[in-house]
Design a protein around this ligand. Structure first.
Ligand code: NDP
Length: 319
């Protein structure tokens, strides 16, 4: 099977490779090798975050591969504790130091949530002003682009309406929105509104050219969605693995896909594309519709931000 070569155009000129290696929950001792193996297999896109506590090892894996920095697309994310205008630059500098690179291709606001220290019982205290209006932090991220430390800035875990609100004030539009997308959380309506694809009708996002990225495309730890009978049937028709079907489905939707693995054989096979037919894509969308939105990654209640996703219901009616 061919490997993924396609990329999507970002608003500011760079291209983002359609498949990138995820690095969350990649333990020390595992992720260095995983990154090297991925780059040797042809991956040119690595998805990192300060919060994953392994950027240093990811950086070592990049060095081990011998690849030129400019040939890689590296993303990292501003964690909620640094979601304050005066903390943004030093947070990025720490990330650059960890990865041992001079710039990032993409820096994301990890969540539309700002922490303000911790309470006496160890819970994160929420800075509601910055959570309700992320634009001061965004303005500090814009300065990083002006200073050349990052090529693009973007958002993660933003609903369409939160994205719209940001666009009203942003000088630099977010290049991407990275969200949970998989069979149990396909967010069909949101993707229809955000993704620029050849087949999609003109929609709101086309005017803004925001690329959507799929995190947890296999259902996260343990890849529970590989057992789905519809996915297995389509995989067997192609002589492919269920993981390849789920990853190729996201790119067929016009979405960047970020599968994580630290297992060399899986890293390699996840990077092979299955050419799904239109009927198969429709079957997967129908299957996904049966699950609705069952998030795997949802820390909102732990953080005491219960309304994080609330404006996602009935997006079409609100646009
Ligand atoms: P994934 O959906 O990518 O699943 C990862 C799990 O699937 C691991 O247990 C992995 O095991 C297993 N796996 C991978 N490939 C195969 C395969 N071919 N066959 C069987 N099992 C397989 O989960 P993630 O939640 O990690 O999401 C991917 C990436 O998205 C993250 O790593 C991170 O970079 C990003 N992310 C971003 C978030 C955000 O808030 N912006 C939130 C969550 C994720 P093993 O590693 O042992 O091979």
């Amino acid at each position: 099977m061919p490997t993924f070569t396609r990329s999507y155009q970002l608003a500011k000129g760079l291209k983002i490779p359609a498949v990138g290696l995820g690095t969350w929950k990649s333990k020390p001792g595992e992720v260095r090798n995983a990154v090297r193996v991925a780059i040797e297999a042809g991956y040119r896109h690595i998805d990192c975050a300060w919060a994953y506590r392994n950027e240093h090892e990811v950086g070592q894996g990049i060095k081990d591969s011998g690849i030129k920095r400019d040939d890689l697309f590296i993303t990292s994310k501003l964690w909620n504790s640094f979601h304050k205008p005066e903390k943004v630059q030093s947070a990025l500098e720490e990330t650059l130091g960890n990865l041992d690179v001079g710039y990032l291709d993409l820096y994301l606001m990890h969540w539309p949530v700002a922490f303000d220290g911790q309470t006496s019982d160890g819970k994160n205290r929420i800075d509601w002003d910055l959570t309700n209006d992320v634009t001061p932090t965004w303005a500090a991220m814009e300065k990083l682009v002006d200073g050349g430390m990052v090529k693009n800035i973007g958002i993660s875990n933003f609903t369409v309406l939160k994205t719209k609100k940001l666009l009203e004030k942003a000088k630099i539009k977010p290049a991407v929105n990275q969200i949970e997308l998989n069979l149990h959380c396909a967010q069909l309506e949101l993707v229809r509104h955000m993704v620029l694809t050849a087949t999609a009708p003109p929609q709101w996002m086309q005017a803004h050219n925001i690329v959507v990225e799929a995190y947890s495309p296999l259902g996260s730890t343990g890849a529970p969605q590989l057992d789905d009978p519809v996915v297995k049937e389509i995989a067997s028709a192609h002589g492919a693995t269920p993981a390849q079907v789920l990853i190729s489905w996201q790119t067929a939707r016009g979405v960047v896909c970020l599968p994580k693995s630290v297992t060399p054989e899986r890293i390699k096979s996840n990077f092979e594309e299955v050419e799904l037919t239109t009927d198969e894509v429709t079957r997967l969308e129908q299957r996904a519709a049966e699950f609705g939105t069952r998030r795997t990654v949802d820390p909102s209640k732990d953080w005491g931000v219960p309304d994080l996703w609330k404006d996602e219901d009935g997006i079409a009616a609100k646009l």
